[in-house]
Design a protein around this ligand. Structure first.
Ligand SMILES: *[C@@H]1O[C@H](CO)[C@@H](O)[C@H](O)[C@H]1NC(C)=O
Ligand SMILES: *[C@@H]1O[C@H](CO)[C@@H](O)[C@H](O)[C@H]1NC(C)=O
Ligand SMILES: *[C@@H]1O[C@H](CO)[C@@H](O)[C@H](O)[C@H]1NC(C)=O
Ligand SMILES: *[C@@H]1O[C@H](CO)[C@@H](O)[C@H](O)[C@H]1NC(C)=O
Ligand SMILES: *[C@@H]1O[C@H](CO)[C@@H](O)[C@H](O)[C@H]1NC(C)=O
Ligand SMILES: *[C@@H]1O[C@H](CO)[C@@H](O)[C@H](O)[C@H]1NC(C)=O
Ligand SMILES: *[C@@H]1O[C@H](CO)[C@@H](O)[C@H](O)[C@H]1NC(C)=O
Ligand SMILES: *[C@@H]1O[C@H](CO)[C@@H](O)[C@H](O)[C@H]1NC(C)=O
Length: 458
């Protein structure tokens, strides 16, 4: 038995040292073994707590002593309970909340108090023929669960963007060792140059606020035994006006900022801009070098028979908290034929499309014609010479020479090819008239002729 070896050489410093290591390392030596499932135990104030422990001893018929002691920074070290041979001896000063059921060494604390937070040591000693002991340490953390956190926004009435700062403070009525975390629209909010957290994270300082800070903020408070989340809070931030625009029925719009309406037709205009609080809207008419306030409110209705032929209108928006304003202007043209203008505009477009289409077709045809002519110069007319006798040509020639005046050149012309230059009597170049031409194509020796078929009336 290992134990015997130690006992035999008792007095030796080496063995005493080994014994120490043995106890520290596995909490056992010789006949006593202590096992604990966990060295860190979380306690909740007001509830009961167990410090579970198992131990074994090697031999029977011995005296067994179980001792629990407690150490903390605030209260120092103290004895809690002792059990000798199944007899429990609670400490008279501290023992009333601590108990165990020997030979079971598990310590029960009921109820747990905050001051129970600290280090616990169990020591089991057996004494019979030989003496042996072992001890283990456990850590207990005692906490109060966190209640639902509450967030306060300061200033409560709201903050003007780019001017004011805002502070959000998170508080919990209950909870110990609370850690705070901030969420913006459900996502963790990182610190930035505009978002500063206090050292304990209980406070979020926004300096200065902007429109983007108008979100739902929640504070998460947690400790090692619980987590609780506040209701979302959206600080009131005054901003704007932004994105000012004027809308009307699309059919009245001619171009950006210009509307046309037929005389007598009613027309409305709606002015909108993003702002908090809602803007104050006012409308002005600028005509004949005069600006006149005409309406208040976001929608302007115009009875077109009562207004000038052409006038500029202005929508002004004003945020009475931020003190910022914006304005936009548009032109309203009144015409007897307000609707016709539209129609004209579209019919003009229509005819433009037709003209362009026709022109393109024409160009395409001409191009096609030239391409075909380049590629297949003889294809269409090659057959012609076989159907005509040379006398035809001569007669035609004569006709054209006789009827010199170009007025008589009127008629239908044919474009023919003559296969062999030799078969056809060449005409001196000076005798060629404007209508009668001979074209020579050197490589294939083909002669093209143009014949005028003068109408019978001549
Ligand atoms: C103690 O021993 C029992 C039986 O051997 C076992 O069921 C239990 O889980 C052990 N408890 C601890 C704290 O080790
Ligand atoms: C403890 O119990 C053992 C046997 O279970 C017995 O031998 C011993 O005498 C007891 N000691 C005391 C102090 O009662
Ligand atoms: C010791 O006591 C505790 C609580 O009283 C119990 O949960 C545990 O099972 C007991 N252990 C043994 C080994 O009986
Ligand atoms: C949060 O705290 C409230 C009391 O303030 C409590 O009723 C609730 O159960 C807690 N929620 C959680 C998840 O602990
Ligand atoms: C906002 O906080 C800044 C410092 O971060 C300070 O200089 C400024 O005066 C504060 N503005 C208001 C309106 O309190
Ligand atoms: C905050 O959340 C509520 C409900 O989820 C939602 O209706 C509201 O628009 C949110 N507020 C902001 C500023 O995002
Ligand atoms: C409009 O007023 C300006 C000065 O306010 C003046 O110079 C201009 O001549 C006026 N135009 C007309 C058309 O009255
Ligand atoms: C500012 O404008 C809002 C909305 O138009 C209005 O309800 C409020 O009375 C105005 N406040 C002041 C101080 O003019």
């Amino acid at each position: 038995m290992e134990h015997n070896v130690f006992m035999d050489s008792s007095g030796s410093k080496t063995h005493f040292f080994l014994l120490e290591i043995c106890i520290l390392a596995i909490g056992t030596c010789g006949a006593v073994t202590i096992t604990v499932p966990t060295e860190l135990v979380q306690g909740i104030v007001g509830q009961s707590l167990q410090l579970p422990v198992n131990y074994t001893t090697g031999t029977k018929d011995q005296n067994i002593q179980i001792t629990w002691t407690f150490q903390s920074q605030s209260s120092g070290s103290m004895l809690l309970v002792t059990a000798t041979n199944n007899t429990l001896t609670p400490d008279m000063e501290h023992g009333h909340r601590f108990s165990l059921f020997p030979p079971n060494a598990t310590l029960l604390i009921n109820p747990v108090e905050l001051c129970d937070d600290g280090e616990y040591t169990i020591k089991v000693t057996v004494s019979g023929e030989k003496m042996a002991s072992a001890s283990r340490q456990l850590t207990v953390h005692v906490n109060v669960p966190v209640s639902k956190p509450v967030v306060h926004s300061d200033p409560a009435w709201g903050a003007v963007e780019y001017v004011d700062n805002a502070t959000l403070t998170c508080t919990v009525s209950k909870g110990t060792k609370v850690i705070y975390q901030w969420l913006k629209d459900g996502k963790p909010l990182p610190a930035s140059n505009r978002h500063i957290f206090s050292a304990d994270n209980k406070m979020l300082f926004i300096s200065p606020v902007v429109k983007d800070d108008l979100s739902n903020y929640t504070c998460v408070a947690k400790n090692s035994i619980s987590i609780n989340e506040s209701e979302p809070i959206a600080p009131n931030i005054y901003y704007g006006p932004y994105d000012l625009m004027v809308k009307s029925e699309p059919r009245f719009k001619i171009s950006e900022g210009v509307f046309a309406v037929g005389k007598g037709e009613p027309v409305w205009f709606k002015c909108s801009a993003n702002s908090n609080p809602p803007n104050v809207y006012s409308w002005f008419q600028k005509a004949n070098n005069k600006t006149t306030p005409i309406h208040r409110g976001p929608v302007l209705n115009i009875m077109s028979e009562k207004v000038p032929e052409k006038a500029d209108y202005m929508c002004c928006v004003y945020n009475n908290i931020t003190g910022k304003r914006d304005e936009t202007q548009f032109t309203l043209i009144l015409s007897a034929t307000g609707q016709e203008r539209q129609k004209q505009k579209s019919s003009f477009l229509h005819s433009l499309v037709i003209i362009v289409g026709l022109t393109l077709t024409l160009i395409a045809c001409i191009l096609l014609y030239f391409i075909l002519r380049r590629c297949f110069p003889r294809k269409v007319i090659k057959k012609e010479p076989y159907h005509r006798s040379p006398t035809d040509y001569i007669r035609a020639h004569q006709v054209s020479v006789e009827q010199e005046p170009s007025m008589d050149d009127y008629g239908i012309y044919e474009f023919v090819a003559v296969p062999e230059p030799a078969e056809f009597p060449q005409v001196p170049p000076d005798k060629l008239s404007t209508v009668y031409d001979i074209i020579r194509v050197p490589d294939i020796h083909t002669v093209y002729e143009v014949i005028c078929q003068t109408p019978k009336t001549s």
